[in-house]
Structures are given as C-alpha cells and as structure tokens.
Design a protein around this ligand. Structure first.
Ligand code: C2E
Ligand code: CA
Ligand code: CA
Length: 296
C-alpha cells in the first residue's frame, strides 16, 4: 500500500492500544480495523441511544443460601437497539470509559434503579437492596458524592436500598481520596462491595481499612468449583478471611447444583448466578423475583 495508507494503518494500530496496557507494540491487521469501525459506530450512536432510551437496567437477583429468599439484586446495563438487538456491556463499557460517556451512563442507571425502588415503596410493595456498578472514571468526577446523593433525593430513595460495586482492580491506585468519598456515602447508609474479588492483584490495605461491607468473589473461582480443588480452597480462604473481618460474602456465577452444593458447604452468605436467575428487564424481575417476596 502507498505510504499514506501505511501511516494511517499504523495510527489505527496505535489507537487500538488500551491506555492502561503495558505493551508498547501494536500490529495492524484486519481485526484492528473492524474493531475500530465498531468502536466508531458505537461512539457515533451513543448520545442518540441515550436520548431514545435504548439503555436499560437489567436486574439479576441475589439469594440467601440458608433461607432461599431473595436478599438483593444487581443492575447490569443493556443496550437495546431500535431493531430489538441487544449489545452487552463488555462491548461498550470499555469504549465509554475511554471517552468519558460512562459518567452519564452510570448516573443514569443509578437513577433508573432509584426510580424503580421509589415506585415500589410508594405502591407499598416490598423491595430489596439493589447494587450498581461504578466505573473508576466516575469516581474521578469532582462532585461525585453530591451527584449520587442528589439522585437518591430526587427519587426519594432510602440509602439502605442502594449498594455500590467497585471492581477490585481500581485499588491498585492511591486510596486516600477514594476512601474519603466512600466514607461520605457510607455515612448516608449506602453500602460498598468489592467486585471481582481475587482478580485485582492489589495490595490488601483496603481490606484492613474497612471501607467495604461486602466481598463479591469473582466468577472464575466458582466455575467447576466442585471439580477444581484449588478453586475450592481459594474460595474457602476468602470466605474465612472476609467473615473474620466482619464482611459479607456474595458468590457470583453459580450455574449448577453441584457448584451450589460446594458454596453452601463453604458458608457463603449470598449467591448470584444463573442457577437462581439471569439478568432480566425490570418488569420481569419484579414478576419473577419480587412477587414471591410479598407472598413469602
Ligand atoms: P460484573 O459486574 O462482574 O457482572 C457480572 C457479570 O456476570 C454480568 O455480565 C452477569 O450477567 C454475568 N453473570 C452472572 N451470573 C452468571 C452465571 O451464572 N454465569 C455466567 N456465565 N455469567 C453470569 P454482564 O451483564 O455482561 O456485565 C459484564 C460487566 O460489565 C460487569 O461485570 C460489569 O463490570 C460491567 N457492567 C455492567 N453493567 C454496568 C454498568 O451499568 N456500569 C458499569 N460501569 N459497568 C457495568
Ligand atoms: Ca458487578
Ligand atoms: Ca463481578
């Protein structure tokens, strides 16, 4: 190809590198190209998608092992396009974290969750605490704490119904400012979870500092836990450590009854996984999971 094109390709390959990567070499191939085209399309349509209400909060239940009761849920974003096709968060969250749109999206999902809680409580119906994923980018917003508090106020949502999830990976960075912000929201009654626990390679200073309430053990430890002795031992160790420190443990990604049996043996507090229910739209979540709560 002519020089001009080669420079363009090299540039595309360069842009395909994630900002947080440790690699300094990028190679151009067809895949880089298609990925960049995809990312470009997503960026072009994201604002319009927000205006057209194409982003939806899907909800996945968390159950208590002992009682078999629903005890909470997690909101997971879905992008449902005009033609009804669905895009999963792994395909757009990384892009939105790069271009900053994640801030708007995460506040929107928090608002949607609060709106649902408000509607239920005003209708004198039960609800459970719902957790919302918070991106690292979001926490760098100057008025983050105030904006969260304002959204709860706007929808009359008691803070005990809100739980915020932070992936363990963000605790590689300096904790001072983060811990302060988390403390402010915690004082209001909001709870914090460490997501993807076991995958962050962090220093565990933040465990000692007691800024969390719940540990969510990463799904990779649960897959085949009934067959993988080392996974079993790891989860056993994590649960013991968390309980000793007064934290609750949520096990993610339980799919089979064999996995469930192992997790029960280990004494986890909550279970979230396909075994109890996949993420579904708000209406289905209320119908399939919250209805039982009223009867039970
Ligand atoms: P996550 O926070 O670790 O969420 C759990 C993921 O595991 C979800 O994928 C969920 O659908 C999936 N999952 C739950 N139970 C099972 C199971 O039994 N088996 C299997 N195979 N998978 C299960 P999802 O919805 O595709 O979300 C992927 C990731 O995208 C999330 O991982 C989270 O990091 C991010 N994400 C999702 N929604 C939001 C959001 O609103 N804001 C931000 N910042 N990130 C979000
Ligand atoms: Ca999560
Ligand atoms: Ca997780």
């Amino acid at each position: 190809p002519p020089i001009q094109k080669m420079v363009e390709y090299a540039n595309l390959a360069r842009k395909s590198l994630r900002t947080n990567t440790t690699t300094h070499i990028a190679v151009y191939d067809e895949r880089v190209y298609t990925q960049l085209i995809r990312a470009g399309k997503i960026e072009q349509s994201m604002k319009n998608a927000m205006a057209q209400h194409e982003f939806k909060a899907f909800i996945q239940p968390k159950y208590n092992l002992e009682t078999g009761q629903i005890v909470g849920a997690e909101a997971l974003v879905r992008w449902i396009r005009e033609d009804g096709s669905m895009i999963y968060p792994d395909d757009f969250i990384p892009i939105f974290e790069k271009n900053g749109f994640i801030v708007e999206l995460d506040f929107f999902i928090l608002g949607e969750v609060c709106r649902m809680i408000q509607r239920r409580l005003q209708g004198k119906r039960h609800c459970v605490p719902i957790s919302i994923n918070q991106s690292r980018v979001l926490l760098q917003e100057k008025d983050y704490v105030k904006r969260v508090a304002d959204i709860l106020k706007k929808y009359d949502t008691p803070p005990r119904y809100i739980e915020l999830e932070l992936t363990e990976r963000i605790f590689r960075d300096d904790l001072t400012d983060l811990a302060k912000m988390m403390g402010e929201l915690r004082n209001l009654g909001i709870r914090w979870s460490i997501d993807d626990f076991g995958t962050g390679y962090s220093n565990y200073g933040y465990m000692r500092d007691k800024i969390f309430d719940i540990v969510k053990v990463d799904r990779s430890f649960i897959t085949d836990i009934d067959k993988q002795r080392n996974n079993y031992l790891m989860v056993s160790f994590i649960i013991k450590m968390a309980h000793e420190m007064g934290l609750h443990v949520c096990i993610e990604g339980v799919e089979t009854k064999e996995e469930l049996a192992c997790v029960r043996e280990l004494g986890a507090d909550y279970i979230q996984g396909y075994y109890y229910g996949k993420p579904v739209c708000v209406a289905d979540f209320e119908e399939q999971h919250l209805k039982k709560l009223i009867l039970g």
